[in-house]
Design a protein around this ligand. Structure first.
Ligand code: HEM
Length: 166
């Protein structure tokens, strides 16, 4: 009897609609699932930063190449470096830490599991915001390349693109 119950449970688990399973992942506070989400998230950004590295490599493949403009090259450089460190290396570390630490110390979960889930989603939306500003700002004052430059971001002057429109 007990075996039947387990078998039924397994069948139910696999036949649940995809939306229900997705909802479970999105609303999860489980440290293992959050660890996996962090690592998947980092892999997505690894692909994006890899494409940026390829763009830089093509540009640098021979002298005086004009595959991309100097402005676009600078954007690729900033986004590649920022993405690799903050959206690949760090999330991978967080992922392993989330997955393994509670297991290693024999705890049921991380302390404050909801805060843990909130942190993951803040990280996720942070990455989206960074890339939204790259695509949407197109070199204006509020683009990451502009805001990442201390000289420019502490200045009250608009960027050249905005100044030209004024
Ligand atoms: C763990 C972090 C990083 C990884 C895994 C990584 C990975 C890579 C890879 C695989 C390439 C292509 C290499 C090639 O084409 O020869 C590359 C190129 C490049 N990366 Fe990174 N990168 C990281 C961090 C950074 C940072 C922090 C910066 C600077 C802020 C940076 C700047 C560059 C530049 C300028 C290139 C083009 C160089 C070239 O192709 O000659 N990278 N990166």
């Amino acid at each position: 009897m007990a075996t039947d119950a387990v078998a039924l449970g397994g069948a139910e688990l696999t036949s649940r609609p995809i939306v229900a399973r997705l909802h479970e992942w999105v609303t999860t506070v489980d440290h293992k699932r959050l660890g996996i989400l962090y690592i998947i998230y980092a892999m997505v950004f690894l692909m994006i930063a890899g494409i940026e590295a390829i763009v830089m490599r093509i540009q640098l493949i021979r002298p005086h190449n004009d595959f991309v403009s100097p402005q676009v090259f600078n954007r690729m450089f900033t986004m590649h470096g920022t993405t690799m460190i903050f959206f690949v290396v760090m999330p991978v570390l967080f992922g392993f830490a989330n997955y393994l630490t509670p297991l290693m110390i024999g705890a049921r979960d991380m302390a404050f599991p909801r805060l843990n889930a909130f942190s993951f989603w803040m990280t996720a939306f942070g990455g989206l915001l960074l890339y939204f500003s790259l695509v949407g700002a197109n070199g204006h004052c509020w683009s990451p390349a502009w805001a990442a430059s201390a000289r420019r971001s502490i200045s009250s002057l608009p960027c050249s693109a905005c100044a030209a429109r004024e």
